[in-house]
Ligand binder design. Structure first.
Ligand code: ADP
Ligand code: MG
Length: 311
């Protein structure tokens, strides 16, 4: 069953088109990744799903109900972890979670238990009585998550919950997402970190400029560029490389530089590595090492847009 269905979602801010006919279907039980660079339209999508923003055009069904008209009913079963922290600095962790639980209609007698369970889930039970303002960035992120899950939502939407936090909190968050999913919640997870999307998600959509440029399982996305070779060549003096000469070699499709590494994308069926090496050997760039790379999501994005995810 599709738990979320988004059809031709369009939203602009003045002349700036944030969503340009976005289409997405999310199945019950999956961890679905929304991967895209900054400005791709991830938060705009999430803000519309959570009722904070209204689309200009397009429709959304969640739990088979139209979002327009059933927002309040849908909200009871949905937990949103916003990109910008939504917690009260002056309140304790306990008070924060309990407040959000009350907004979701959790009765007072159940609230204590649900609040403590949510805090335990993110590893903050021992900090329950401490004010949010005393917390580290990672602890605040975890508290932000606890606020969104105390009412046991069936659908949890997280907008870049690991940006700017320490690796320990990050791992804690990724593991708790897996556990929430294991316990039956469907997760929508937005990120611009392709490693996270690869690690966490069963299926994902890569979005750019407000629409989906590719979607599927990680493997099916890799297949898009599986007919390509990606070679990384470490060079002593990268300034000696003439990009045009390399691009003139038959089979070479794309070239990127990063620090002292040259990345060459070529078609698998055209054997051109010997020519690339021969050119570089004659260029005085001095080859330090050569590595073949398995295509990753970054390469998929690069292949589809000509740009890096991290631009
Ligand atoms: P992402 O979350 O993928 O980084 P956003 O959804 O935040 O992307 O932004 C998509 C586009 O919409 C960007 O060009 C951004 O500048 C623009 N945008 C987002 N929110 C607003 C707003 N409130 N007012 C004007 N422009 C906005
Ligand atoms: Mg965002």
């Amino acid at each position: 069953m599709k738990i979320v269905q988004i059809n031709n979602l369009y939203k602009s801010f003045g002349d700036n088109v944030a969503l340009n006919n976005l289409n997405l279907g999310i199945d019950e039980g999956e961890i679905f990744g929304l991967l895209g660079p900054n400005g791709a339209g991830k938060s705009t999508t999430i803000n519309i799903l959570s009722g904070l923003l209204k689309q200009d055009r397009g429709s959304i069904q969640i739990f088979n109900q139209d979002l327009k008209g059933s927002l309040n009913q849908i909200k009871q079963k949905m937990g949103i972890v916003p990109q910008d922290l939504a917690i009260f600095e002056e309140l304790s962790a306990y008070e924060n979670v309990s407040f959000f639980a009350s907004l979701y209609g959790i009765e007072k007698k159940e609230r204590k238990e649900k609040t403590m369970r949510a805090l335990g889930f993110v590893g903050l039970e021992e900090k329950a009585r401490e004010k949010a303002k005393t917390f580290s960035g990672g602890m605040k992120r975890r508290l932000n998550i606890a606020c969104a899950i105390a009412h046991s939502p069936k659908l949890i939407i997280m907008d870049e919950p690991t940006v700017g936090i320490d690796p320990q909190s990050r791992n804690h968050i990724l593991n708790s997402i897996r556990e929430l999913n294991h316990n039956g919640a469907t997760i929508i997870y937005t990120t611009h970190y392709m490693e996270e999307a690869e690690l966490l998600c069963n299926r994902m959509a890569i979005i750019d400029k407000g629409y989906v440029i590719a979607s599927g399982t990680t493997d099916s996305l890799r297949d898009i560029i599986n007919n390509k070779n990606v070679v990384l060549i470490g060079l002593k003096d990268i300034s000696k490389v003439d990009t045009k000469a390399l691009l003139n070699i038959k089979g070479v499709e794309d070239i990127h530089f990063k620090d002292n590494t040259l990345q060459v994308v070529s078609r698998k069926e055209v054997i051109c590595l010997d020519k690339i090496i021969a050119y570089l050997a004659g260029s005085h760039a001095a080859i330090l090492d050569v590595k073949m790379q398995t295509p990753n999501l970054e390469d998929v994005f690069l292949g589809l847009t000509g740009r890096s995810l991290r631009d």
